[in-house]
Every structure is written in structure tokens, then in C-alpha cells.
Design a protein around this ligand. Sequence first.
Ligand SMILES: *[C@@H]1O[C@H](CO)[C@@H](O)[C@H](O)[C@H]1NC(C)=O
Ligand SMILES: *[C@@H]1O[C@H](CO)[C@@H](O)[C@H](O)[C@H]1NC(C)=O
Ligand SMILES: *[C@@H]1O[C@H](CO)[C@@H](O)[C@H](O)[C@H]1NC(C)=O
Ligand SMILES: *[C@@H]1O[C@H](CO)[C@@H](O)[C@H](O)[C@H]1NC(C)=O
Ligand SMILES: *[C@@H]1O[C@H](CO)[C@@H](O)[C@H](O)[C@H]1NC(C)=O
Ligand SMILES: *[C@@H]1O[C@H](CO)[C@@H](O)[C@H](O)[C@H]1NC(C)=O
Length: 768
Amino acid sequence: MLRIDVMISFIFSKIVINVTTGRSTFSHIKTNVSDKTQQEAVENLIVRLIPEDAHKFSIIVDGNIAVKDKDVFKLERLSSGVVQITGSTGVSAATGFHHYLKYYCSCHISWEASNLNLPPQLPHVNTTVRAQDRFRYYQNVCTASYSFTWWQWKDWEKHIDWMALNSYNLVLALTGVEAIWKRVYLRLNMTEVEIEAHFPGPAFLAWGRMGNIRGWGGPLSNYWHDQSLALQHKILNRMRSFGIVPVLPAFAGHVPRAFHRLFPNANVIKTEQWNKFTDTYCCPYLLDPTHPLFQTVANMFMEELIHEFGTDHMYSCDTFNEMLPDNRDVSYLHTVGHAVYSGMSSFDSGAIWVMQNWLFVHESTFWTTDRAKALLTSVPQGKMLVLDLQSEQHPQYRRFDSYYGQPYIWCMLHDFGGTLGMFGSLHTINTEVSKARDQVNGTMVGSGITPEGINQNYIVYDFMSEASWRSEPVDLTTWITKYVIRRYGETNEMAIKGWQILKDSVYNFTSIIPMRGKYAITRKPSTRITTWIWYDICDLLQAWKFLLQASQSYQQSSAYRHDLTDLTRQVLQVLGDHYYKKLKQNFRLKNRNQFQEAASTFLDLFQDMERTLRTSEAFLLGKWLNAAKNLARSNSEEEKMYEYNARNQITLWGPNGEIFDYANKQWSGMIADYYYQRWLLFVTSMNASLVQNITFDEAKVARSIFEEVEEPFTFSRKVYPDYPSGDIVLIAQDVMEKWWPKQHCRFARDNDFSFKDLFEVSPTVILV
Ligand SMILES: *[C@@H]1O[C@H](CO)[C@@H](O)[C@H](O)[C@H]1NC(C)=O
Ligand SMILES: *[C@@H]1O[C@H](CO)[C@@H](O)[C@H](O)[C@H]1NC(C)=O
Ligand SMILES: *[C@@H]1O[C@H](CO)[C@@H](O)[C@H](O)[C@H]1NC(C)=O
Ligand SMILES: *[C@@H]1O[C@H](CO)[C@@H](O)[C@H](O)[C@H]1NC(C)=O
Ligand SMILES: *[C@@H]1O[C@H](CO)[C@@H](O)[C@H](O)[C@H]1NC(C)=O
Ligand SMILES: *[C@@H]1O[C@H](CO)[C@@H](O)[C@H](O)[C@H]1NC(C)=O
């Protein structure tokens, strides 16, 4: 008990309580590191990024330049030629540095490639830039599983640098939380066996944390727990050294099944079945938050968590994610909210409950305004921070009147399942963020990104990451032009034209239809797939042609090669939809010859897709699998299990395809050994039924596909290369010659803009 007392007095001494409106309760939310430490963190980042030129920059962190808790950075080239960057926090200084690289040196940093060729003499600068909001938030609870599962410290180090450079100052940090839970469960007298049956495997932790599944892909070894704890310490230390506030988890009520054995009188509810998971792997219990034991467990967890990791008072907690409360009463919902908050605040009086609004989107009919209000107002104003999770498509802040006074963050949820496929809502993001911020009596306090998976559509993330630093929409045409130049390192008219077309087609997604990365080639074969795109295929083709025409300028650019691969992939994906539609129609009409023609064309496309993807490091199955294996001790049972986890997540997602293809990946290796094999089997059976004039037993074929392709793939140990091969410029030329559609495309956009207008922008026009 001593530990708790010490902890509490420690916390009280740090907190300045500031109750009032939603906008001003965050003054105690900052990491407990000095300006000097933050300055050093940024200096080290610069050395990691540009070792040769690092001495040309001088960093100062000075908390006093913040304006009403909002970040500020100043850039000034001194007479010595050194560029001095002063930031109100480490994050802010790193952002200033990145801003200078982007908009004064035309450099670019992205997940897949970077262009860091600085001019020999650093350009003149003398400016101050202010953030419009208090927070920039990053991560979805699923990102940990779809993107970070197999990461080691070197991956994290690079990514935390990316977070700081892109100004994220409030970031989810859930690594190693299972180890903390294990301590709590042991204290509750659960057995090792019961605990092992509870945690899912490494690739499925996110859904165990949310109470959706249990045990699937597990168990977790002590080796795993030890490794993740050590990793989390490094992650937290590094984040805090930049001034990034990590968001830690709190107790939402989900407990292992064994809880019932230990506390038979506690009020536990078996959670609803999630997706198609059967009882073996679904449905842990939810301990009723209004039951006194809830506070006991919450306290134990807070004690273990804070003892291990310390705290910055921000806690992620979602009790009803993708599941309904079993009591519809508003007074009950109010009591629940209050109890969940007490579970944090009775231990840490400065606690702020960070809640995803996903329940209001996913179960929108249950969550009427009355019920939502009951939950949202059960916590003192400003003690809850709502993540408006997919504001670019399903904003909820208007429906709930700015969350009845609780502050919220405008988040872009751009990706589901880490699937690939070009899309984005650049125009919407450009206009809506500042509109929400400027709303009268609105409670928006930040912007952020909450992708389920990263590593796709970098342009959208680059654009969104600047949202907090601009007070009004920018001219997107100019922005894109500069993006292309800095990404590829040279000006090329064709490339710029290509991207301008993409901006208004692929990247002007305005629909509210869920966009889940499901295209004919990556979907489970069926005769009932409907395909759709929101843009004109001719636009895509024209952009592709323009980008390819720029190849001479960009021989040195790996970002260019990546994008050419991505665009070729996108074209093949869309053509795949087209030939699928043709084969489906002709099958229905029993046009044997036309069916066979469309079918063999469709199958042929997979070969070109495979060799296209093989050229780029970002599209290799081998990278994902090797990362999984590298995390285990070699040749261990664990290695086998990690590989199985890695393969299952991106295919069947569950033992029997419970959420099949949700996290599908257009990767080299996946195309040849998974997607192609499935379709080959399916199309061959369709063909046989036409040739032999017998009924097509689709269900039977689906079973064969499961038995012969899908399940064996998840158990396979075949090794795939994790290095690229082939020249995408040659392959794209080849693919273009072969696949360019015979029907006429009206390239309407050809004369929509003139190149001259595009390029004549001042290279120092900035964000604000
Ligand atoms: C930058 O601008 C400020 C105020 O406008 C001025 O005082 C300062 O001397 C300038 N610095 C340089 C290096 O030009
Ligand atoms: C666990 O078991 C021990 C020994 O039987 C008992 O003293 C303790 O109270 C139990 N803990 C809980 C949380 O029930
Ligand atoms: C904003 O809040 C003030 C004070 O509560 C109120 O008087 C005013 O009507 C509100 N304005 C709008 C547009 O809701
Ligand atoms: C983006 O799409 C919307 C909806 O289809 C359309 O109204 C708008 O004109 C498009 N914007 C551009 C720049 O093409
Ligand atoms: C369809 O069957 C015919 C006859 O067996 C064969 O010649 C043809 O290659 C098959 N086509 C496809 C696409 O399977
Ligand atoms: C196919 O079989 C059906 C009956 O099963 C028959 O009516 C039809 O004539 C047959 N078509 C051909 C081309 O043999």
C-alpha cells in the first residue's frame, strides 16, 4: 500500500488543477523533462537524419515562447549561416526543423523514402509559426497490430523521429501493457494457464485490449512480455524526451473468463460475439463498472502501470468499442461513465480520459443524443478528451453539439486494416479542419491521424500532419506542386501534371461508403462481387502515363520508383475490377468464348502485378514475415507461431476466416501464392461448369479454396525475399504497352491547367 501512497503524493505535487471549460484544462499535460533534455533529443534526431549537415543547425527549446499552451517555433538564419530553431517544446523544434527542410530546402521525409539533399548554403529564413491547436494526436488502437507488431527499437526510433518531425505531441503508447495486466491477474490469483488462455497472439493484441477476442493466436511467452516491457521503456523515454505526451491505457472493464471463478458474485457480462469468432476465442467478460470490484481492479492496474511506466495523465479507455451496453437506460450510462473515470481519477487526480468516439459511429442508432450526452457528461468538463475518429467521413462533433462541452480532436481515419490502394480526401481535409476549429462554441482542441495501418498514401498523411499549423485552407494545386518537387528532388512538368490529376480524382474521395481496400483481385473469389471507383479510370491512366514520362528526371529518386510502382499497381487493380466484371457477366450469360477470354486476361494480370510489386521494398511479403521471425529466438516454436500470426492476420484473420481479407495486402508473394491461386481455382471451376454444362457449385469451390489455398498458406513456412528486384521503369513501360485500354479515353483534364501557372509559385510560400 505504501507504493500507492507515495505515488499519489507524487502525482498531487505535480498537478495544477484547472477546472473550467474544455479548452483550458490541459495545463498539467506536459512531460516532466527539462527544456535542455528536449533540446538534446532534437539535436540527436538531426544527427541521425543528416549527420553531415547537422552542425549547420542550432536548436533551442524554450517553453516560455508557447502562446496559451499552444506550440510555437521560430526559424532564423544567423549571420554565421547557421539556422537557429527555437521551439516551445522538443516536438515543436523538430517540427520547425522539418518545416524548414520542406519549405526552404525542398526536402522530403516519408515512411518509404526520403530526399535529404540540402543546398550547400542554407537558405535565408526569419519567421515564426504558431500552432492553431493544443494537440496533434497520433495512432489508432489497431495501428499497433496492423503496422507495429514486429517492430524492434530501430524501427521505433525512426518512427518516433517521424512523429516529432510531424508535430505529434499526444501519442498512444500501448506496447507491453499485457505484461502489466499479467501482474494484476496474478495478484487477483488467476493461474498462469488462465492468463495464457486470455491474451491473444502478437498480431492480435489490439482486439484483446478492446475486449473483442481472447486467446486467438496466443499464448504470449515470458520472453515476449520481457521484450515488450523493455521496448516500451525505450519508447516512452524517447517520446518524453521530445515532449511527446504518451497516452497510456486504463481499465475499461474487460476481464478474463477466469474472473468469474475467482469472484462468482461479481456482476460480469459476457461480451457480445464479435465478428464471426466462436466462443473459443471470443467474448471475455465485462465487469460491470458500477460494481465495487471495478474500482479494486482499476486501482491495481493503475498502481502497476504507473509504478512501471510513470504517467503523463492521459489514459485511453474504451468500454463499449464495437459492442453494446446491456442496459439502455440513460442513468445507467451516466453511472458507468462516472465509474470508468473514477477508476482513473481516484488514483491519479489529474487523469484525463481519452475516449474514441467509434461507438457513436459504429452503433449509431443505440447512441442517441440522450444516451451519448449521459455518457459524455458523466465526467467533469475537460476531464474527457474525445477522439472524433473519422472526421473526414463520419464526423460526430456536430451531431453531439461539440460533445456537450467535452474537448475533442479532429482525426483523420484514413486506413482500415493496413490495406493498400490509392485513395484520400485531400479536399475535405483542407476545408473541414479549420471550419471545425472556427465553430462558435466548438470544443476542438487538436487534430490528428488515427489510421488502423500506415505505409500507404503518404501524401494524405503529409498533408494532414500540417493541419494544426494552418488557420485556413491552402491552395491545393500549389501544395501538390511543391510536394512533387520535394518528394522527388527535381522539378518535372509531367510528374506535376500527373499528381494534379490524382489530386482531383483518386485523392478527391468524398463518399460516405466505407472504403476498406477491397478490390476484385484481393477479394475472396465469388460471383457476387460488386466493384466501384469514385473517379474516372481515364484520369488514373493519364496520371500514370505522365508519371512514367518523368522517369528520365528521377533516376536517383527512390520515392519516384516507389510511386511508379504504386501507380502501376493501382492501374492493374482497377483493370482487375474491370476484367472481373466482364468474366462475371459472360459467365451469367453463358458466353463461353467471351468468358474464357476475359478469364485468361484476368488471370494474366496477376503475373504483371506480381512483378510490378517485386520491384519495391514497400510491397514485399518477405519483409513482414522476416520481421515476425526476427523477433523470436531463431528456430524456436515461437518463431513458427509468430510467422503463423503474421500470415493469418493478413489472410484469414481468425482460424476459419472470421474476418477474412480485412487486412489484405497487395504485396509480392501474396499475389503469386495467395490471390492468384484462389482465383485460378475459382475461374477454372467456372470454366469447367460452362464447358461441361453443369451447375457451378460455388460453396464447394469456396471450401476447396479454403482447404487448398487459404489455410495451407497460413501454415506454410515458405521463405520470401525481403529485398526488391527488377526495374519498375522498364516494367511499367511494358505493362503500359500490354494493358493500355483499346477503347478511347477522353483525357478531358489535359487542358484544365497550364504547367506555367502551376510552377510559378514562390518556393517560400508557407503554411500559415
Ligand atoms: C529577424 O527578424 C527580426 C524582427 O523582424 C529582426 O529583429 C531580426 O534581426 C531578424 N534576424 C535576421 C537574422 O535577419
Ligand atoms: C489471493 O489469494 C490469497 C491466498 O489465498 C488471498 O490472501 C488473497 O486475498 C487473494 N487475493 C484476491 C485479490 O482475492
Ligand atoms: C455560445 O455560448 C454562449 C455562452 O454560453 C451563448 O450565449 C451563445 O448563444 C452560444 N452561441 C452559439 C452559436 O451556440
Ligand atoms: C471532388 O469531388 C466532389 C464530389 O464528387 C466534386 O463536387 C468536386 O468538384 C471535386 N473536386 C475537384 C477539385 O475535382
Ligand atoms: C477453359 O476450358 C477449356 C477447355 O478445357 C480450356 O481450353 C481453356 O483454357 C479453359 N480456360 C480457362 C480460363 O480456364
Ligand atoms: C445444358 O444443360 C441444360 C439442362 O441441364 C440443357 O437444357 C441445355 O440445352 C444444355 N446446353 C448445352 C449447350 O448443351
